[in-house]
Design a protein around this ligand. Sequence first.
Ligand code: SF4
Ligand code: SF4
Length: 339
Amino acid sequence: MENAYNRRQRRNDPKLKLWSSVGIMLTYRCPAACACCYVFSAPDINCPGGEMTPEMAWDCWKATRELNGQNGSVHLTGGEPFLRFELLRDLLQKAHDSGIGGLEKIETNAAWCVNDQITTERISELANLGLTKLQISTDIYHQQFVPTENLQRAIRIATEILGPECLQVRWRDFANDPVHSELFSESELDEAFTLALAKIPERMVGRAAVRLSHLVKQQPYASFQGINCRQSHMAAKGVHIDGFGNVFSSTCIGIITGKVDNDNSLKDIWLNYDFTQHPIWSVLTEGGPWLLAENAREQGFVPAENYAGKCHLCYSVRKWLFSNGLFPDYLGPAVCYGQ
Ligand code: SF4
Ligand code: SF4
């Protein structure tokens, strides 16, 4: 099955990879507000259109399988997907009844695991409907908001019900020896985040750009010239879809690659997608975020002297463009840009 870009290529030219791994973002809301978040998820965000409807979630799941057959996988994510527990349960019920298959995992921060009863009930219910993997996120950023007790309860009960092979803890070494960052002062947090970033770099987009980028080595603006995202964009087999229907390539959340709605399924979008015709991706795949910034300069953007990496530069330019009402069909939604 060839898409619009691939059809124009010669036989041995690199092709756009099929979108085989689809993250369905059930909500942007989250009980946490992690410093590393790629968007600005938080308990108090006002983003009603970001709540995915059951119909859209199921359509995205079906389209993933139609596009990829047995190779198509979905993961259910957020924000925090357990804030939409009824939707999780209904989706798994539908998948179970229809035999559609393809569920890779559900991601969670375990904040909802406030006692043994609710944790056992929810995991058992999902396990009976075919949950094969639960991914629990844990690190210095998450534990600033999620009680360690809830995390450890989730790991213990999920291990009992699902078995250790069906539980993915990111990161296990942190969970085994957690740091109680919920009580840290701002300066203690900065120190702990700096150490964490030295071990595991974070993509500096969304809240991470605002909260973490100053804690890592900076590189001059000019050094990003010539670094583009063509290869990674073409090779990205993963997309995320939010409740507005926005399709994002990989974890480049905030760049609207396409939009699913009643008339366009994910399959339609992939078939018709040609990044050379997309006003943002055409620039990023050609000259990278540096070129996006140079183009924005003509409209008034003033680059900083240094950035923490190419994604930090990319996010900074996109935020400026978004804030100035430019490319409204291709940049958004507001929650990705802290608005
Ligand atoms: S990183 Fe995940 S858990 Fe943390 S605020 Fe963002 S969505 Fe919530
Ligand atoms: S620079 Fe921008 S487009 Fe490239 S990987 Fe980073 S966020 Fe995505």
